[in-house]
Ligand binder design. Sequence first.
Ligand SMILES: Cc1cc2nc3c(=O)[nH]c(=O)nc-3n(C[C@H](O)[C@H](O)[C@H](O)COP(=O)(O)OP(=O)(O)OC[C@H]3O[C@@H](n4cnc5c(N)ncnc54)[C@H](O)[C@@H]3O)c2cc1C
Length: 232
Amino acid sequence: MIRVDPGAEFSFLPGQYATLGVEKDARRLERPYSIASSPYEKELEFFFELVPEGQTTPPLYDLQPGDEVLLRKVAKGRFTFDTTQPERTRHLMLSTVTGIAPFVSYARTLFKDWKEGRFAGDHSLFLLTGASRSWEFGYREELEKLASETPWLTCAFTVSRPWEDDDWKGETGRVDDLIRKYADQWGCTTANSIAYLCGHPEMVEHGKGMLKRIGFQKENLKEEVYWAPKAA
Ligand SMILES: Cc1cc2nc3c(=O)[nH]c(=O)nc-3n(C[C@H](O)[C@H](O)[C@H](O)COP(=O)(O)OP(=O)(O)OC[C@H]3O[C@@H](n4cnc5c(N)ncnc54)[C@H](O)[C@@H]3O)c2cc1C
């Protein structure tokens, strides 16, 4: 996780991404990263994982506190919290590892709005997030704490390689295999919900297929795919 001082006014909506860049061998490498912080915070927070064979994350990983990073001036993206459909007040948020970032931004923003009377709690957020092993979860403690303090946030964390994580006592399995179970448990249907999928391309693809089979369509299905799947 890194926090970046944008150095000037930087407007964005929860769920949008910024483009970070590093200079390497006289080349500028740039990649999009979802903003995990809330627009109410002064700094921008990003949550990224090292892709050892990747171009940008190794130099990003080498950054030390106080170093400079390139930041494009404008935030982009449509993976924002959708409150425009009055009959759809349940938000089913599905992610893998770093794909939780936009949901952290939603939750932090709504929490502040709720505390200060701008959000009535008339929308409910249901988050299902997965990782291979539990230590890969970035915001579990923060989100579980928020969930315990609010009536409108519910979280579930699942580990897909429990045999590599002996101490994990929670849910197991892949997010895409658990969507049906949690959608039923949380009462999320296509009539009352908007679904958001973020992160691993296969989870997004499989998850979308699952959701479409239970009636979700373009208007209540949003996705943010973090990278292209490798060609078979
Ligand atoms: C809208 C958007 C938001 C994003 N937000 C985030 C974010 O919040 N956090 C984050 O970590 N990443 C995020 N990404 C991915 C990010 O932009 C980079 O692609 C990623 O950090 C890898 O960059 P790289 O230059 O090191 O790897 P590259 O040199 O671009 O890629 C090397 C190879 O690794 C694959 N790959 C890329 N990322 C991963 C990964 N995480 N796991 C496994 N294989 C991968 C690529 O398909 C490629 O084959 C986002 C992408 C998009 C499109």
